[in-house]
Structures are given as C-alpha cells and as structure tokens.
Design a protein around this ligand. Sequence first.
Ligand SMILES: [Zn+2]
Length: 300
Amino acid sequence: MTQNPAVICLTSLSHSGSTVFSMALACHQNTVSLGEVYQVLREGPEYWLNANDKICSCGQPAAKCDYWGPALRKLIEQKVTSPSTDGYFEQAYHLLLDEFRHLYSPQMQAIDTSKGVKHLKLLADSGNIDTRVVFLIRDVRSYSCSQTRLARSENRKGFKKVKGHHWYQMLRWLIDNKKRESLLSSLALPYTTTGYEPFCFEKESVLADTFAFLDLPSRSSSANLAESKHHVLFGNPMRNCESRKQKVHYDSRWFNETGYLTPAAMFPFVMQYNKAKVYRAHEPINNDVTALFPEFGAHS
Ligand SMILES: [Zn+2]
C-alpha cells in the first residue's frame, strides 16, 4: 500500500509570527521546515540549482543542500521544469514530497510556509497529497500597532497614507483573516486556527494541541528554537540573529500604545472576532501575571 505524500501548511497574514511559529513546529522530532515551497517552485528548479548566491538555511546553496539538491535534480530528471506548463505545480509538489519521504523516514513530515493561498488551492485540488493546515492569527491590537508603525516609518504618500491608520489595519486584518478562513472551509482542507499570543505565552500547551491536530506523537524534548530542523531556501529562516533563535521573543510594544483603542470601540466586531479566533481555545489566556512579566515572579 502506498501512502499519499503529506505536507503541513502554515498559513497566516504577513507579519503574524509565522517564522517563529514554523521554527517551533520544526523542533518536533518528526518535522522539517522547507520554507516557502511554492515560491521556490515558481522560479523553477534550474534557477535554484544555478543560483550559487542563494543559500539554504542549512548553509549550502541549493545544488549542495542535502534536501533541495536531490529534490530539484529530480524535477529536472522528470522534466518538470517549467512553471508555465499545465500541471507543473502539482507534479512538482508530488516529486518534492516523494523525495522528502525518500530522504527522511516515512513518519517525517514537511512543513510548507508559503505565502498567499495559491498552493492551498492547488493542494486541495490535487486530491492525493494529504494536507493539513495550521492557520496562525496574531492579536489584532499587536498587528495593527506594528503595521501602522511600519507604514508611518515608510512615509507613504497619497492614498497609501491610509496604511498608517489603525482603523484601516484593523479592518484589513479582519477582512483578510475572514477571507482566508472561508477559503480554507471551502477547500475542505483539514485546518486548525491558532493564536500567536497564546503560542507565545503558553507555548507548550499550544504546541501540544497543534501536534495532536497534526497526528504527531508527543515531542521528545522541550522546544529550543535552535533545535529546529530546516531547509529554508526561500523565506525568512531567522538565520541572521543567533540570540533570537533560542526562544520566543514577544514584541510587546503595543502594550504601551493607545492608537487602536478608538477603532476597537468603533468596530466591536473586530474585537469579537479577535477574541473568538486568537484566544478561542485558550481563555483565559493566563491568569498568572508572572508569565507576562517574569520580573514579578518568584525572587526566592
Ligand atoms: Zn538545505
């Protein structure tokens, strides 16, 4: 009996913590993150095998990477090389996952952190790739504070100035997350929704729930992000900052900001969705104030 190839897709709006979350998922003994697979495929295998300046997170260019080297050469061998050809992406995904299974033991699972939704539609259509989706949502207050901060620092002109407003970012957040949620439902892919904040503050229990959804056995050790296994050829592997790799650092700047308060009062439905989706399974998030402010913790 041949089992279908399987893949775990981590999906979220951009700037929602997917990089750090994917590294935490890849700390499981049975998972390896392959970064943004769809974006690798979009360039075609020849591009990557010849691009000696594009370095995989393992430290090697694609041609010498233990995973991408043989996987991309397999695409060329099978003449699956041209992204504009009909059926290219589906065939290519298949070959990549076959190669993954060939290289690692059969219980290992690949993590795909591709942006956008094209790969999700394609995987749902393929019908013979077992796909499970983890949908990560960041607290709208944290999201809108960081997005407005970013937009204002970019000094946008004209209509794009709207990006520097909390009301715009909060509505954008709601619309885009709802859109993705209804897409996942309509594709009938098995998915789970996870809040980024519960992950940061109750990491072990959120990860345990996620691994259970993914049918992965209990993790053998507690996650140190530096232990994650990855071949990220395209995407943000957090490779540039050694200290950030050790543990989850939560950007708490929004705790001191108030710009989201008025739109939050004007759009209670945004806050209701936030509460329902981000904190759904983890309410109250944590009554123990020492989890948020370790300096108030035991001094003994
Ligand atoms: Zn690699």
